[in-house]
Design a protein around this ligand. Sequence first.
Ligand SMILES: [Zn+2]
Length: 343
Amino acid sequence: MQTFADPAQLRHTPQFFLQRGQVRRNFEVPERAGALLAALHRMGLAPQEPGAATREALLTLHDAGYIDFLEGATRAWNGLQEHGPEAVANMHPSPEMLEQGAICPDSIIGRVGWYTADTACPIGPGTWEAAAGAAGVALAAADSVAQGGTAYALCRPPGHHAYAGRAGGHCYINNSALAAERLRAAGAAKVATLDIDAHHGNGTQGIFWQRADVLTLSVHGDPSGYYPWYVGHAGETGAGAGAGFNVNLPLARGTTDDTWLAAIDAAIARVQEFGADALVVPLGFDASEHEPLSFLSVSADGFARAAKKLAALNLPTVLVQEGGYAVEVIGGLLERFLNAWGR
Ligand SMILES: [Zn+2]
């Protein structure tokens, strides 16, 4: 198995996080990448460092205006008088405003609200470099499996909550979606993304919502009680040409191994029925029973069993790191997962 990472990912150090009205330190910390990297080295899987994604590669899925915003946000923010250390929105255009012709202004204050979905994606020094680095990692991993095999992309910040033109939930660039698109470009006629992060992969769903060539599946905590709150329900199945090509499998709070794995089995059956030529697994470890903001309760053994099931599809596969915030356990979970994958 080939692995990929980028040292620029350590330069993103988000501080701001708003939880139940309280400002807390953000838990999407550089130490997450450090723990995952240490696990790779323990396994003798030292990662390659492919470098940042090009603008052209990002624009295969992301909006040009959004990429310009991300790249220039910190400089513009630092030009404000009495600014805080990171760009965080204090207003977003409402659906009513958007329906009535809302326009994205030139002011960075208005632009941050336009291009972010929530307060969980602060933009500070190093954020752009880390996000572009993570995207480069996912794309290189996709390139490496174009002829078969499995690759692991150590991506930080994660990506599956990022839409084509909007950041959210610790995510800026949708690394998993870029990997899927790159596999399509490399010749896979049908690609499936099977997201096992504890949170719904809403950004990936949004990006492929109207497409039939990428089957988007997500196994996650029921959004009626968990981020991203508004979407991730079973009734969201795609639209237009993509109708029937989006699959959500929400699970109740406290779900343990057997029920979680049964949902993964159901998702795998859909991948087989679809006839995927390649697979992307947005791989979060926040379904762990040790997760600080735990909703699901999956054991290390459960993750190993999931890896075996997914590996048995025997498809060219990119494993793209998403969430997982229990720094002291995620390295061990990655080790269990990759060992169980076994090729
Ligand atoms: Zn997550």
